[in-house]
Design a binder for this molecule. Structure first.
Ligand code: C2E
Ligand code: MG
Ligand code: MG
Length: 408
């Protein structure tokens, strides 16, 4: 059994500079705890032995296998001749457990998820472990048996750089205005994060939010974004009960214990009214975790915060979550909005979503409005609020607020 330092050393040595690639797998037995609960710890121990024997069986002699947690194993794969071999190795491990193990002469099915990453894609062995672990979670979430960590998107930026940017407070809040489609009045702003990078210019949240989710940094980003947004908006929102600042919250952050307390503390510290705050949760969040999300969102809603379902219509989620807690807003995904003027089916869908929102006593908000024509059509359809490049682009918070103050 290797300790952590030895494991890190093995990962380090698996990909010598200029030599062949190495890789790391994290193999998780998802149902070991359930198995122990059903059949007892003794039988669970036999399952572990059978599992380890089978895992060892499908590895090469040079591969190093270490149990790193109750249900987790790390496998270091040195000397990969081809980068594609890592996916093949992960698939082979996953396939090995499609058939049941034999435990005390009975078949025992284990649910295995395998996450893989190339050692060369991570700056340190610890980062390798985080990436393989994130890939393992991704595999489970996608209901796949194995997944490969994709590396930093476009390999522009590293996780270490993102960590550094968060720690040294270099991310920025941009704000985009949201207006009433009926009378043009300002209704609020949405906070959108940006990462100004010395070499690559402004990096968008579509790049660094998924990175943060994979690397376990999303809690830091969420904490930063909530406080930075409230800090910018608190004076502007004073005595403005009708206005809202909307914050995008990753489902990973929402399901973290303590999120409700974190949010209420921030509202209190920045002296906001709870009804000045709108939390945007993407519809995809409800594919998993419906029960847990419903509980958290009901609590926050009960305290007066608004709940908006972002990118509505694209989440592949059952609508049953809409029964479980009150939503204040359905935010129609821009893929429908942008086709409004050219695709009659998109127009009918938008119209149906507006009706559905109203049927739920919520408002419909259209995002991605890029032309006067789209604005007018949405107005005719009875959509309540709108946002997009046509009425106003996202801008750095100070500039956006100065512009909004001048306009009012
Ligand atoms: P979203 O919440 O759906 O935000 C709308 C996105 O559309 C923003 O992209 C915005 O800049 C862009 N947009 C607005 N109007 C238009 C338009 O008329 N046309 C087009 N083509 N685009 C428009 P952005 O800023 O890149 O954000 C992408 C997504 O990242 C957001 O989608 C949101 O889900 C997420 N996000 C942004 N900031 C944060 C954050 O601090 N934390 C978390 N968890 N997610 C964030
Ligand atoms: Mg949003
Ligand atoms: Mg959206």
């Amino acid at each position: 059994m290797l300790n952590r330092e030895q494991l890190f050393k093995a990962i380090d040595q698996s990909a010598p500079t200029g030599g062949p690639d190495g890789a790391l797998l994290v193999v998780r037995v998802q149902n070991l705890r359930d198995y122990e609960t059903m059949f007892g710890y003794d039988t669970g121990e036999f399952l572990v032995q059978a599992f380890e024997a089978k895992l060892r069986d499908c590895l090469r002699d040079a591969d190093i296998m270490v149990r790193i947690g109750e249900c987790d194993y790390a496998v270091v794969l040195p000397d990969l001749r081809d980068r594609n071999h890592v996916s093949m190795a992960a698939a082979k491990v996953a396939r090995a457990f499609q058939d049941p193990l034999q435990v005390r002469s009975r078949p025992a099915w284990v649910n295995v998820a395998v996450g893989a990453c190339l050692s060369a894609d991570a700056a340190t062995p610890a980062a390798s472990c985080r990436q393989a672990d994130a890939a393992c979670k991704l595999a489970w979430r996608l209901r796949e048996r194995h997944a490969l960590h994709e590396g930093a998107p476009a390999s522009l930026v590293s996780y270490d750089q993102l960590y550094e940017a968060i720690a040294s407070n270099r991310l920025q809040v941009f704000l985009q205005p949201i207006y009433s489609l009926q009378d043009g009045a300002l209704k609020g702003v949405e906070s959108l994060s940006r990462w100004p990078h010395a070499l690559h210019g402004m990096i968008g949240p579509d790049v660094f939010v998924p990175m943060a989710e994979q690397a376990g940094l999303i809690h830091e980003i969420t904490r930063w974004n909530i406080n930075a947004t409230f800090r910018h908006c608190s004076a502007w929102l004073e005595n403005q009960p009708g206005l809202k600042c909307a914050i995008n919250i990753s489902p990973l952050a929402l399901t973290t214990p303590g999120f409700v307390e974190q949010m209420t503390a921030a509202v209190r510290i920045w002296k906001l009214r709870p009804d000045n705050v709108m939390l945007e949760v993407t519809e995809t969040a409800f594919v998993d975790n419906q029960g847990q999300l419903a509980h958290t969102l009901s609590t926050l809603h009960g305290m007066g915060l608004g709940i908006s379902i972002d990118d509505f219509g694209t989440g592949y989620s059952s609508l049953s979550y809409l029964k479980q807690f009150p939503v204040d807003e359905l935010k129609i995904d821009m893929s429908f909005v942008r086709e409004l003027t050219v695709n009659p089916r998109a127009a009918r869908l938008v119209s149906s979503i507006i009706d559905m929102a109203h049927g739920l006593d919520a408002i419909a908000v259209a995002e991605g409005i890029e032309s006067a024509e789209t604005w007018r059509l949405l107005q005719e359809m009875g959509c309540d609020h709108g946002q997009g490049f046509y009425p106003g682009r996202p801008q750095p918070a100070e500039e956006a607020l100065a512009m909004l103050a001048d306009a009012s």
